[in-house]
Design a protein around this ligand. Structure first.
Ligand code: HEC
Length: 162
């Protein structure tokens, strides 16, 4: 009896979820490189232990996003083991060895919302859409990077172990 209910409930849930996903796809205009709002995630200590989109990222893509001066803009402030890049920043810590210092979950929170680690953080929140000030109208309510892009970056930075 109980298992029957579970089955029917699960069926209902997946129908509702599919309808929601379809509605969202219609409602959200296709914004390149930005999500309409940050999805829910759980912070445990100083980390977000699970991938934002439930999927493991791709390290090669993560490296590209970090180096891309139009997408991640990370090298404005950071330097790292990227010998081909001439101009690298010095405002933030060197990204070399990030994976040896921090777990994937710790890296994830530091990119999603550094202000949750240190209220005085200088680094922008790459996956926050609320509580920001002076955001240009076209970007209001949107995240800088998508959950997928953040996951790509997390996996890549975790490989920087020395
Ligand atoms: C405006 C400058 C700036 C930009 C842009 C920036 N960061 Fe940062 N980042 C910092 C600073 C400064 C810190 C140290 C914590 C703080 O004060 O915010 C930091 C900390 C970090 C840390 C933690 C490092 C550690 O060893 O504790 C990681 C990882 C990181 N940044 C990755 C990135 C990535 C990836 C990007 C691009 C998607 C990026 N940052 C963009 C300034 C920046």
């Amino acid at each position: 009896m109980a298992s029957n209910w579970c089955k029917r409930l699960a069926g209902l849930c997946s129908t509702v979820a599919a309808a929601l996903a379809a509605a969202l796809a219609v409602l959200l205009p296709g914004v390149a490189g930005a999500e309409a709002s940050s999805g829910a995630y759980t912070v445990v200590g100083d980390a977000i232990p699970f991938p934002l989109n439930g999927a493991k990222g791709d390290a090669a893509r993560g490296r590209e996003i970090i180096l891309n001066r139009h997408v991640g803009l990370c090298l404005l402030c950071h330097s790292g083991p990227f010998p081909e890049e001439r101009f690298q920043g010095t405002i933030g810590p060197d990204l070399k060895g990030t994976g040896a210092r921090l777990s994937e979950g710790q890296i994830r929170l530091r990119i999603v919302d550094p202000g949750r680690v240190d209220a005085a953080a200088v680094m922008p929140a790459y996956y926050r859409s609320e509580g920001l000030t002076r955001v240009a109208p076209a970007f209001r309510g949107k995240t800088v990077l998508t959950a997928e892009q953040i996951e790509d970056i997390v996996v890549f930075l975790a490989t920087l172990r020395d």
